[in-house]
Design a binder for this molecule. Structure first.
Ligand code: ATP
Length: 479
């Protein structure tokens, strides 16, 4: 196994080559928010497409949706997020910096009494006394409708509240304002999958088992966003909820665990030595889960959660049925039974997946006496499939021929880069760093003699160069 790169090496590559930038960098950035640059957006789109293909296109019974980021707030009350989507927090009593209590205590437990005990003799990272741990809700709030200031202030008067009860009997309220209404940016994409369960079942004439998949943004007011794009406040998720008869839960749960591992290894090319299973114990599990297994990846900061498989039982559909008043039960004709389907969930963050892919692919090595950084990405997800260069950019006959080859390849593959900057050695270094599997170079031998209409193809991983006839180039690159 290659050495795991440092976080600094990954951050520096991302900035240097245009994968990831700090959001609003010219204003000093904003903690927990990042933008993808030209290379990042290509790589991320390829990863998302690969997931969509494996998850939706290759399964007859999995359907896609793309739900709104803002939903009726009752959804998040029924799901338990308004009352229970919390992390334990402690505060440095001098600097007032806030920290995840479980992270400081280095435990998976989020139990407040246990955390209090573990932290009782601990100081903050700045060496100061800490407050007692308390819970902090990570839901991001916003307001819908015109929010007034000054003369308009009356427009945001609180006029009503409706009370609901959670399963444990806790009360919570929906605040309703005149002209404006409190709403939440979704903390996970799953919510609108549950509320569309019956729409999808009916429109697609789906019978159990079937799944609904979604890729989209989610927002969490993380107490301490950190480790680059590993823990952010605006994230993107790829989630799939698989609706099943309760009796099938164990077998299906295992199947979706296998799917996740197989996807990372076979479809993204991540080394198995960088992956580990982690089973949640009762204290770590989310409020909705009866069982949870994460795949941990060997990130620069250690093995951490990448992809979760959860058994959510009938928690979600039961609660949505109860709060909305809509019957979400399923009638199984073969057994003449009516029940609320169980849900096995597969959930992974796109940014974390990007970070895992970059960390796994990053290599520093010596080739022919020179140091290089190379991203050994699987060709199917590399931002550019191939780069095309004329050996010299001031020779019109070379440039014209190279343009011809470039157009031909671009028509076939789409993601092809034209690169005529600086000398050929530097171009190879640049393409190695962004993970381009092949560089095609048009030189004087392409124009005449026995080698006419052949080009040099240089392999990123082996750095070997071979001459290939232009008419066979597409097939050869596909191989
Ligand atoms: P963690 O324990 O790391 O906070 P979680 O268990 O709360 O994560 P889930 O709610 O299961 O995470 O979310 C599913 C997936 O979404 C995670 O496995 C992870 O890949 C991704 N994810 C969750 N929170 C974040 C975040 N703040 N930033 C980036 N990705 C995230």
């Amino acid at each position: 196994m290659a050495d795991t790169p440092t976080l600094e090496a990954i951050v520096s590559l991302c900035k240097r080559r245009g994968f990831v930038f700090q959001a609003s960098e010219i204003y000093g950035g904003l903690a927990g928010f990042y933008d993808y640059g030209p290379l990042g957006v290509e790589l991320v789109n390829n990863i998302k497409q690969e997931w969509w293909r494996a998850m939706v296109r290759e399964h007859d019974n999995i359907f896609g949706v793309d739900g709104a980021i803002i939903q009726n707030p009752k959804l998040w009350e029924a799901s338990g997020h308004v009352a229970g989507f919390t992390d334990p927090m402690v505060e440095d009593l001098v600097t007032h910096k806030r920290y995840r209590a479980d992270h400081l205590a280095n435990t998976d437990s989020t139990d407040l009494a246990e955390l209090k005990e573990l932290l009782k003799d601990m100081k903050s990272p700045d060496g100061n006394a800490l407050s007692e741990p308390r819970v902090f809700n990570m839901m991001m709030e916003t307001f819908i409708g015109p929010v007034g200031k000054g003369d308009d202030a009356a427009a945001v008067q609180f006029i009503d509240s409706s009370f609901f009860e959670t399963e444990e009997g806790k009360a919570f309220s929906v605040r309703i304002f005149e002209k404006t209404q409190l709403a939440y940016l979704r903390p996970e994409t799953a919510g609108s999958i549950f509320t569309n369960y019956d729409n999808v079942r009916e429109t697609m004439r789906a019978k159990l088992p079937f799944g609904v998949a979604q890729i989209g943004k989610a927002f969490r007011n993380e107490i301490s966003p950190r480790d680059f794009i590993f823990r952010v406040r605006e994230l993107e998720q790829m989630e799939m909820q698989y609706f099943i008869p309760p009796a099938d839960q164990e077998e299906v749960y295992q199947r979706w665990r296998d799917f996740a591992w197989d996807f990372l290894f076979n479809r993204l090319g991540i080394a198995e030595s960088n992956l580990q299973w982690h089973e949640h114990d009762e204290k770590e599990r989310a409020h909705y889960a009866a069982a949870a297994h994460d795949i941990y990846f060997n990130f620069p900061q250690g093995f951490k959660e990448l992809w979760g498989t959860h058994n959510r039982t009938d928690f979600d559909l039961s609660n949505h049925a109860r709060v909305s008043g809509k019957d979400l039960s399923y009638f199984e004709e073969s057994t003449r039974e009516r029940f609320i389907p169980y849900v096995i969930e597969s959930s992974v963050g796109v940014g974390r997946m990007l970070m895992a892919v970059l960390t796994d692919a990053y290599h520093e090595e010596e080739v022919n006496g020179e140091q290089r950084v190379v991203l050994k990405l699987k060709p199917s997800i590399a931002p550019y499939r191939v780069a095309v260069s004329p050996l010299l950019k001031n020779k019109p006959e070379l440039v014209a021929k190279a343009r011809e080859v470039y157009s031909m390849l671009k028509k076939e593959f789409g993601n092809v880069m034209w690169d005529d900057n600086s000398n050929i050695g530097k171009r190879y270094r640049r393409q190695d760093e962004i993970g381009t599997p092949y560089c095609v170079v048009i030189d004087f031998d392409t124009l005449e003699g026995d080698t006419a209409n052949t080009v040099t193809v240089r392999d990123r991983d082996t750095t070997k160069q071979t001459r290939i006839v232009i008419s066979e180039l597409i097939e050869s690159l596909k191989d």
